[in-house]
Structures are given as C-alpha cells and as structure tokens.
Design a protein around this ligand. Structure first.
Ligand SMILES: *Cc1c(COP(=O)(O)O)cnc(C)c1O
Length: 375
C-alpha cells in the first residue's frame, strides 16, 4: 500500500510538504497488544500522533511533525485547561471492500474544525496541510485500521491554547494534535434502540453561545444531566431549546431526525446545535431517495401529537461514532412515547445500511464522500 499520489504529481508544493513532515517512529509497535476485532471505543491509541504547533514568534502554524503517541507535560497554568480554549473534531477512516483505506468526508470535518477555531479565537489551520498530515499519519499507522465490518479508525484532532497564563484572553501559542484510535461499534448493544428523556433543569446551548462549535466546554456541562438520565433508566438526554424549552435540539453527541409518513424532519442548524456531518449525509441521502426533508423547529409537543395521531413513524439520532442510532422511546414531563424499543425502524435501518455501505466501499459513492488515503 502507498500514499495515493495523484495530487502530488501535479502539485509539487504538496510533495514538498510530504517531504518536510518530520517523522519520528516508535521503536517498537504496540499493535500486537491490541485486539482490532474488539477494540472498544476511544481507549486504544495507534502508535503515532501528529503534532502541529502555532508559534507565538511568527504567528503561524509550523511544519507538522509525527511522533510516537505518548504522554506530554504541560504547565499547570495551561490556558486550555483553565478556560476551555480548546476545540476538537471526530471523523473516521475505513478499510473498504476495495481493500483501500478511505476517509469519510474529511473536507466537511476540516471545515467544521476551522469554524470551531474561529468561535474560540484559535488561528485556523490550512486545510491542505491538515489533510496531508492526516494522510501521512494514517499511512504510517495503516496496520491499525480495523478490517472488521463495523469497526473503524476514529480520528480525533484536538487544538488547544498552550500559554501559561491565568488572565482570561486568547492564547498566543497553540498545539494541534491528531490522534487515531481503532474503534468498534459505539453502542455495545449494536444498532438497538436507545431511550431519551428531557430534563427542564438543564439546557445545552443558548442562542449566541457556542453550541455549533465542537469545543470542550460544551461537553463537561452535559455530564451531570446525562448521568441523571442514566440513573432514571434512559440512555441519553434529549436537549430542548434554551429559550422556550419547547423545541427539540439534539442528543448527547448526535443530531436527531423524525420520520413521518411522507417526510423527514430535523431541527435547523442555526447556532445552537452541532452541524453534524452524518446529519448532512442523512439529508442528502433522503433527498436522493425522493423523500422531502424539512430543517425546521419541531416542538416536543408536535412529536407527542404526531405519535398519538399515528403519523410519526420513526426517530433516530445521527453521529460519526454510532452513525445512525434508533430512538425507541422519549420521556418528557411525565409522559412517555414509544415507537419501538425492540428493533430499528425500516427507514432507520435502510439509512444506516446505505451510509455504512458507502463507508465500507460496498456501494457506489454517488456523493463523492470517500477519500482514499491508502490503496
Ligand atoms: C459531534 C457531534 C454531533 C454529530 O456530528 P457528526 O459530524 O455527525 O459526528 C452532534 N452533536 C454533538 C453535540 C456533537 O458533538
């Protein structure tokens, strides 16, 4: 297997970058200690990681490096730890039926990472440089990409301010790390329905907040409500809007869809929800099937009414980790609505199958979502 060379042949600058990325390899690979058939989620890390540093001196991102994945030390006053000037993203690479390693919609993920950077006053990365670095990293750790259907290589870029300073202001220095982690299916139960509950004591993001950015601070504050939902026997919390506590927003780390008899409805990505790459893929796929998709506010009352009238057919969440996750039950203010807790709905299953078939290279890729990295 080799790095696909089509672009570099007609773009000498990118070849130069490949040549410049400094690679320090591990002395001994840890691969033998890992079970790629069942790696779990997010606890196993590949041998190497990429490091790109933003220099205070000349105000630019330096040439990327690839080093062994390892602990690092940092000052106790690290700005990112104290004030959350930190953003991340999450994407996947797959071993395909074509026996290549391919990334799913990396352009969308890099675009979003840079939008998150903008919201947090972090300097943006050149998307070409980022992609070249990622490709080099995956090429180097290609043996870590699981082959088993359902498993994948999860890619986690993280960018954070590294000044040691207790003043609340943007950092002058930054580090971008790209770590990769072989993962199995996100939900241990497989594609089994999950249950959700609202909780009027908590909201995730308000208008004008950072709800659309994948920034660390958005997640710490969700731990307590999520824990309470679990204690009550639900898989996750269903967020309603912060202003009126009326409109459905999203779930944990997933966007949400409601399948009615004749259409698909999902809340609009207008600042308070995270604009998911799978969300966008579901919308494209459904429209391609001729199913109208409405991106609009949908109240929790509308959901319960439609269910009572029998027009609401299915509910599902979408996100990189689980891809598609059927929602079988929603609890809100003492009322419970159940679609199906035993199995995913027909449409939900069809959507899951269609997106994963493209990711694993079993179907044509009509939307050009896949980018081969190693073939
Ligand atoms: C990452 C994330 C999603 C899903 O985004 P994808 O790009 O589809 O993985 C949805 N909501 C939140 C809060 C998220 O962090």
């Amino acid at each position: 297997m080799s790095v696909t060379s089509t672009e570099t042949e007609n773009n000498p600058d990118l070849q130069t970058l490949y040549d410049q990325i400094e690679i320090r390899q591990v002395v001994e690979s840890r691969l033998e200690t890992v079970n790629l058939e069942d790696p779990g989620f997010g606890t196993v890390f590949s041998d190497h990681m990429a490091v790109i540093e933003y220099s205070e001196r000349d105000h630019r991102w330096r040439t990327p490096r690839i080093t062994p994945y390892d602990d690092f030390s940092c000052p106790p006053a690290l700005i990112a730890l104290h004030y959350g000037q930190s953003v991340f993203d999450g994407m996947k690479a797959f071993t395909t039926a074509r026996n290549s390693i391919e990334l799913f919609r990396p352009d969308m993920h890099i675009g979003r990472l840079n939008r998150s950077c903008r919201r947090l006053c972090i300097p943006e990365l050149d998307s070409e440089v980022f992609l070249k670095t990622l490709r080099t990293l995956i090429h180097l750790d290609q043996e870590w990409v699981p082959v088993k259907r359902g498993n994948a290589l999860y890619i986690r870029p993280l960018i954070f301010g590294t000044d040691a300073n207790l003043g609340v202001r943007p950092s002058k220095k930054y580090t971008c790390l790209i770590m990769t982690s072989p993962v199995g299916a996100y939900y241990k139960e497989g594609i089994n329905p999950v249950s959700l509950t609202t909780n009027p004591d908590y909201v995730r993001a308000a208008r004008g907040g950072a709800g659309a950015a994948k920034t660390s601070g958005n997640y710490g504050s969700t731990l307590l409500p999520a824990q309470k939902a679990k204690e009550e026997g639900y898989t996750q919390i269903l967020w309603l809007d912060a202003r009126e506590y009326k409109y459905v927003e999203e779930v944990g780390t997933m966007n949400i869809f409601f399948k009615f008899k004749d259409k698909l409805v999902t809340p609009p990505a207008e600042g308070t929800i995270l604009p998911g790459v799978i969300r966008d893929s579901v919308i494209q796929m459904a429209r391609n099937w001729g199913i109208p998709v409405e991106e609009r506010r949908i109240s929790i009352d509308e959901v319960f009414e439609a269910h009572a009238e029998g027009t609401l057919q299915e509910i599902f969440g979408s996100g990189t980790a689980a891809v598609i996750s059927p929602v079988g039950k929603i609890a809100h203010k003492g009322r419970t609505l159940e679609t199906d807790m035993k199995q995913p709905g027909t449409f939900t299953k069809k959507m899951y199958d269609a997106i994963t078939a493209i990711q694993y290279g079993e179907q044509k890729d009509p939307f050009s979502w896949m980018l081969p990295v190693v073939d």
